[in-house]
Design a protein around this ligand. Structure first.
Ligand code: C2E
Ligand code: CA
Ligand code: CA
Length: 841
């Protein structure tokens, strides 16, 4: 079955609620009122009925007890009777009656009785009986048998009593009617006693009462003092019987009951009230038809229902009004909002609800708020419409742009690939970068493969950059990368991390194979590279680390290769080395040396030795070179100076040497020896000591030494460091009168460009040049170099001259000064004075 779903709006809900809430107490109230009324109606009727019954009682009292008694007494005291002069007739025997004649007196009494009866309709007959047995009554007594009054109960009862007696009702022997007799004793003037009485017809008396109708159908039953029914309009057979004799339970029930009794009387449902003033009075019972009651009550109920319905209608009206007052605004606001929801707003709705704006309650607040809201929405709606148009326009444009976008997307896809490529490749050389290399290497290690990391560093690449410019440097790198690419197969990759270092990863290679591989590789670099008219002799320092033997960690492998490569750099470069664990030891060694340096700096652990530089023209000592030594450790200066350069302690060392040299010069000066200039070695790394010059000047002043006694030796590297500073630094030194000497000339680039560009005074030819070219075959090279240096107006010192043969050759080529074991090794400072004036040849 389909269920019907009822939906009510706010107003309906409110009304239903109020009506249900009212209807319940209302119907209970009505029911209560109905029963209350019913009860009230019964008791009200009871009162009325009682009043009527008491009137009936009064009537009976008056008509019977009082009036009849009075009448009886009047008769009893009547002189007419009391005279008793003549006799009245007896009926003791029928014959006697017939015999005697009516006396005049009897006639008089009879008249009197006749008048009584005439004037009092209720009187059935009046009678008189005497002791002598005489008897008379009116109307005339015509007995059919003997009649002796003296044996009659009324005579016997009354003859000895003073007052008037009222008999129980009985059926008259004379007339066969139901009667009540009133009797009184009389004493005649002649002394004879007798009894007079009247018989009253109950029917006559009660006829009026029988006629009394209560509520049309109701009637009255009366019981006399002897509890005998004397009035019973409906059932005459009950007359003169007691309720017990009648046997009607309803009668017994109602007698003595103060309120009404609903019971069956004579086979019919009746409502009965009983009234009894006192015990010796009449009991009067009202017998009523309950239908009349019910119809009366029904009438009232109808009226009540009418009132109920009327009130309910009124209530409905009020409820409707109240509900409207509260719900109408809400419903119409809700409708407005509903329309807003459906995008169907216009100013009209706005006005519809604006009537509620004046309300002082919450509805007013809501209405005003909604009013503003809708106004705003209207405003915004216009805006939205405009925007919508704009958007539609833009949409068309967008659709048009879509094609363009698709094209761009394709481009972007391409660019994405390009960017992905960039992310994995070196921008300069377009070979894989560090990331790519790491991943590749890591994968290979994870796969459990074996292989090697090869690090290749271009020797003296920095010089190319500095001397020939970065563009040339970059071109060189690209060219080198091209060379490397050619050796790459499926088991290897080439990668650049930046700078002049290239990494090759080679899988599945062992050490002997590696040697062949590297030799072949180096062969590729035999021929010089030609870049922008420059011929560049490119040499490589190569470090190799194998996995998994050396390590399985990517970073460690790279560090290992680095260590191996540096070991090559430290040993004349242009070679290759495999990583060994002892290289790790060199790192440890470096740390040890650095600690020794620090200790020496703090505890006066340095000293200088001096090596004479001899003039070729005179054989005399021209000057000394100060060479640094650790007092307590036999570590060669080349080694600890290199560590100091790496760690930065060279700056402190540089100042320390200045200190030691000037102190020594001061000492010599103070001992009045004719002192000679001392040259101090200056590392390119000391260029970072920006106050070195100021320090030097300060110390010269402090020790009171003329600046011409100081010379500065520095290697070509100085020119590759910060150019501007170097230039002004050298100029300042020379302005002070300090000579600048280029040390180790011929070990770096064979470029002589800087000889013209920089402010220098002396060039020291490196020992390696001498040992390489100082033979008769290559003597021209030395000759040309010296000639060139001289052409720039610079002096030449030849270093490391160990034999006289070498000395002679140098001298023959025009060298200006000689420094070497041939004349003197570096000597302790205290040994200087004794040899200071030595003439070596
Ligand atoms: P250097 O400046 O080239 O110094 C000359 C080196 O050649 C000295 O070695 C010297 O003993 C050595 N020598 C001189 N004549 C001969 C010879 O006939 N045959 C041979 N085989 N060697 C000769 P040393 O004293 O061991 O110094 C080595 C390097 O340590 C120096 O080379 C210099 O670069 C550096 N050095 C020494 N003292 C200092 C210093 O005070 N400051 C700086 N920055 N470097 C210093
Ligand atoms: Ca030197
Ligand atoms: Ca040197």
């Amino acid at each position: 079955m389909k269920s019907i779903k009822l939906t009510f709006n706010l107003k309906q809900k409110l009304m239903i609620t109020i009506l249900v809430a009212c209807a319940i107490p209302f119907s209970f109230g009505a029911a209560y009122l109905n029963t209350f009324f019913e009860k009230w109606y019964y008791s009200f009727n009871q009162e009325n009925t009682y009043q009527m019954l008491s009137q009936i009682d009064d009537y009976l009292q008056l008509a019977l007890d009082k009036q009849m008694v009075e009448l009886t007494e009047e008769i009893a005291s009547s002189s007419q009777i009391l005279k008793g002069n003549e006799t009245i007739r007896t009926y003791m025997s029928i014959e006697t009656e017939q015999a005697s004649a009516i006396s005049s007196e009897e006639e008089g009494v009879a008249d009197y009785f006749g008048n009584m009866k005439k004037t009092h309709q209720d009187i059935l007959y009046v009678f008189l009986g005497l002791e002598d047995g005489s008897y008379m009554e009116y109307p005339e007594f015509k007995p059919v048998q003997n009649y002796d009054p003296r044996v009659r109960p009324w005579f016997i009862n009354a003859i000895n009593v003073d007052g008037t007696l009222m008999s129980e009702p009985y059926v008259s022997k004379v007339t066969n009617e139901k009667v009540i007799s009133f009797t009184k004793r009389i004493i005649l003037e002649n002394g004879q006693k007798g009894v007079v009485g009247i018989a009253v017809s109950i029917e006559a008396l009660t006829n009026k009462i029988e006629q009394i109708k209560i509520d049309e159908q109701g009637y009255v039953i009366v019981l006399d003092k002897y509890d005998k029914v004397i009035v019973s309009p409906k059932n005459h057979s009950w007359l003169l019987q007691s309720p017990d004799q009648i046997g009607e339970q309803a009668l017994l029930n109602v007698i003595g009951n103060k309120s009404y009794v609903l019971d069956t009387l004579d086979g019919e449902k009746k409502i009965m009230f009983s009234y009894n003033k006192a015990d010796d009075f009449y009991t009067i019972i009202a017998v009523l038809d309950p239908k009349i009651y019910q119809s009366n009550i029904q009438k009232v109920s109808f009226i009540l229902v009418g009132i109920f319905v009327l009130t309910f209608v009124l209530l409905m009206y009020v409820v409707n009004y109240v509900a409207n007052r509260f719900t109408e605004p809400i419903i119409s606001i809700a409708k407005s909002l509903e329309k807003v929801k459906e995008d169907d707003i216009d100013i009209a709705i706005d006005e519809e609800i604006s009537q509620y704006n004046q309300y002082k309650d919450e509805i007013g607040t809501i209405s005003r708020a909604v009013h503003v809201l809708i106004k705003n929405i209207n405003k915004n709606f216009d805006l939205l419409l405009k925007k919508n148009e704009e958007i539609t326009l833009s949409n068309t444009k967008l659709a048009a742009s879509e094609e363009v976008l698709i094209c761009q997307l394709e481009e972007i896809e391409e660019k994405k690939l390009f960017i992905e490529h960039l992310a994995m490749h070196d921008s300069l050389t377009d070979i894989p970068n560090r990331r790519y290399f790491y991943e590749f290497l890591n994968n290979s290690i994870l796969k459990g493969e074996k292989g090697a990391v090869i690090l290749m560093d271009i020797d003296n690449f920095k010089s190319v950059n500095d001397i020939l410019g970065h563009k040339t440097g970059d071109d060189l790198l690209i060219l080198v990368a091209e060379h490397f690419k050619q050796i790459i197969d499926e088991d290897s990759i080439i990668s650049r991390f930046g700078g002049d270092e290239f990494f090759v990863l080679k899988r599945g290679i062992d050490k002997p194979q590696m040697r062949d591989y590297l030799e072949k590789l180096r062969e590729r670099f035999d021929d010089p590279f030609v870049i922008a008219e420059h011929k560049l002799d490119i040499k490589l320092s190569i470090g190799v680390s194998f996995y998994p033997e050396d390590s399985c960690d990517v970073n460690q492998l790279l560090m290992n290769a680095d260590l191996a490569m540096y070991s090559v750099k430290n040993n004349n470069k242009n070679n290759y080395a495999f990583y060994e664990s002892k290289l790790q030891d060199s790192v440890v060694e470096k740390i040890r040396i650095e600690n020794i340096i620090k200790e020496a700096l703090d505890n006066d652990g340095f000293k200088i030795v001096c090596q004479p530089i001899v003039s070729v023209s005179t054989g005399e000592i021209n000057s000394f070179e100060a060479l640094l030594r650790l007092k307590n450790y036999p570590i060669p200066p080349a080694k600890f100076i290199m560590v100091a350069e790496e760690t930065g302690s060279i700056i402190s060392i540089g100042r320390k040497v200045v200190d030691l040299v000037l102190a020594q010069l001061k000492e010599w000066k103070d001992s009045h020896v004719e002192i000679k200039p001392v040259s101090i070695n200056y590392s390119a790394k000391q260029l970072f000591d920006l106050e070195f010059y100021d320090y030097l000047v300060l110390k010269l002043a402090e020790y009171d030494i003329e600046s011409r006694y100081i010379k500065i030796e520095m290697t070509e590297n100085v020119f590759f460091e910060k150019r501007e500073n170097t230039f002004s630094f050298l100029n300042k030194l020379r302005q002070l009168g300090i000579k600048v000497m280029i040390d180790d000339f011929g070990t770096g680039y064979a470029s002589l460009g800087y000889l013209t560009a920089f402010p220098i005074d002396v060039v020291k030819l490196d020992q390696s040049i001498n040992s390489r070219y100082l033979n008769h075959d290559s003597l021209d090279i030395i000759k040309n170099i010296i000639a060139l240096v001289h052409s720039f107006d610079l002096e030449v010192v030849a270093e490391g001259i160990e034999t006289m043969e070498q000395f002679d050759l140098m001298r023959s080529q025009g060298c200006d000064y000689i420094q070497g074991y041939v004349f003197s090794r570096p000597i302790e400072v205290q040994d200087v004075i004794p040899i200071i004036d030595t003439k070596y040849f």
